[in-house]
Design a protein around this ligand. Structure first.
Ligand code: IPD
Ligand code: CA
Ligand code: CA
Ligand code: CA
Length: 264
C-alpha cells in the first residue's frame, strides 16, 4: 500500500496544478450551465478539474474510490477503504461572478476517518492543509490550536438564507444567535469558511444544507486544531448523504448547541 506521506505529497501537487489551471482559465470564455435550478451553476472548469483529479487518482491509486460533486467518480454509498471526497470548485458562483473566493476542497478518508484535508483558496494562493495527528498549516505557517472565545465576541460565518424564511430552520432560532454575537460574515464558499474557522479568522460556521464534498476537507482541518464539527443537533456528520453543519471553536460549540439550537 502507498504511504500516507506519498498520497499527501501527490494530493498537494495535484491541487496546486489544478489551481494554476483555474487561474489561467480566467483568460478564456467559460461554458456555464445550470443544474437543479437557475442559481445552481456549473462550468466546464468544474468538470475539467474533477476529471483531472480522477485521472491522477486512478493512475496512481486504482483501489481508492472517489466521491466528487460533478458525478464523475463512481457512485459511492459508504466510506469503506480509502475515499477521496472532492469538490473541484467550491464557490462556483464566486468563480463565475467574482473570479475570487472559491476553493478546491479535498478530504481523504480511510474507513470513515478523515486522514488528509486540503483546501486551496486559488486566487489568494492559500493552501490550507492538515494530516490527522500532524497539525494543520496555511502554506508553511502552522495553525494555532483553537482557544475558546466568549459568545459575545463571536464572529460567525453564516449565509443570510438561514435567517430568512426557508425550508430547513425556523429563522427565529439563528436570528437570536446573530443578535447576541459580535458579527457575521458570508464568503460563499463552505470550504473557505471552514478553512477560516480552522485559522481562527472566524469563530464558527453554520449551514443547514451541505453536501459531503463541501465539508470533507474542512472537517479534517478544523478538528486538527481542536475545533468541533457536527450537525446542528451535535451529531457526527453524515459524509455520504450530507446535511447540516456546525463547525466551531471548543466550548463555544457546546454553548451554542445548548443555548440556541436545543429547539432545532
Ligand atoms: C456551494 C458553496 C456555498 C454553499 C452551497 C454550496 P458549490 O458549493 O459551498 O457556499 O452555501 O451550499 O453548494 O456548488 O459552489 O460547490
Ligand atoms: Ca455546485
Ligand atoms: Ca461545494
Ligand atoms: Ca463545487
Amino acid at each position: 500500500m502507498a504511504s500516507w506521506k506519498e498520497i499527501d505529497t501527490h494530493a498537494k501537487e495535484w491541487t496546486k496544478t489544478a489551481g494554476k489551471r483555474l487561474r489561467e482559465s480566467f483568460k478564456e470564455t467559460l461554458n456555464i450551465s445550470t443544474k437543479s435550478n437557475r442559481n445552481d451553476l456549473v462550468t466546464n472548469m468544474d468538470k475539467e478539474t474533477e476529471e483531472f483529479f480522477i485521472t491522477k487518482i486512478k493512475e496512481n491509486y486504482p483501489d481508492h474510490r472517489i466521491l466528487g460533486e460533478e458525478g464523475m467518480g463512481e457512485g459511492v454509498t459508504d466510506l469503506n477503504g480509502i475515499v477521496w471526497i472532492i469538490d473541484p470548485i467550491d464557490g462556483t458562483m464566486n468563480f463565475i461572478h467574482q473570479q475570487r473566493n472559491f476553493a478546491i476542497s479535498i478530504g481523504i478518508y480511510e474507513n470513515g476517518v478523515g486522514k488528509i484535508g486540503l483546501i486551496y483558496d486559488v486566487v489568494h494562493d492559500e493552501l490550507y492543509h492538515a494530516v490527522k495527528g500532524q497539525g494543520a498549516y496555511m502554506n508553511d505557517v502552522k495553525l494555532q490550536e483553537l482557544e475558546p472565545v466568549a459568545l459575545s465576541d463571536m464572529i460567525l460565518s453564516l449565509n443570510a438564507t438561514w435567517v430568512t424564511e426557508n425550508k430547513r430552520i425556523d429563522p427565529a432560532i439563528l436570528s437570536k444567535l446573530v443578535k447576541d454575537i459580535r458579527g457575521t460574515r458570508s464568503y460563499g464558499s463552505a470550504a473557505i469558511e471552514l478553512a477560516y474557522t480552522a485559522a481562527g479568522r472566524v469563530d464558527g460556521y453554520i449551514s443547514l444544507r451541505l453536501a459531503p464534498w463541501d465539508v470533507a476537507g474542512g472537517a479534517v482541518l478544523v478538528e486538527e486544531v481542536g475545533g468541533l464539527v457536527t450537525d446542528l443537533r451535535g451529531k457526527p456528520l453524515d459524509l455520504v448523504n450530507g446535511g447540516s453543519v456546525f463547525a466551531c471553536r471548543p466550548v463555544l460549540h457546546e454553548e451554542v448547541l445548548k443555548k440556541y439550537l436545543a429547539d432545532y
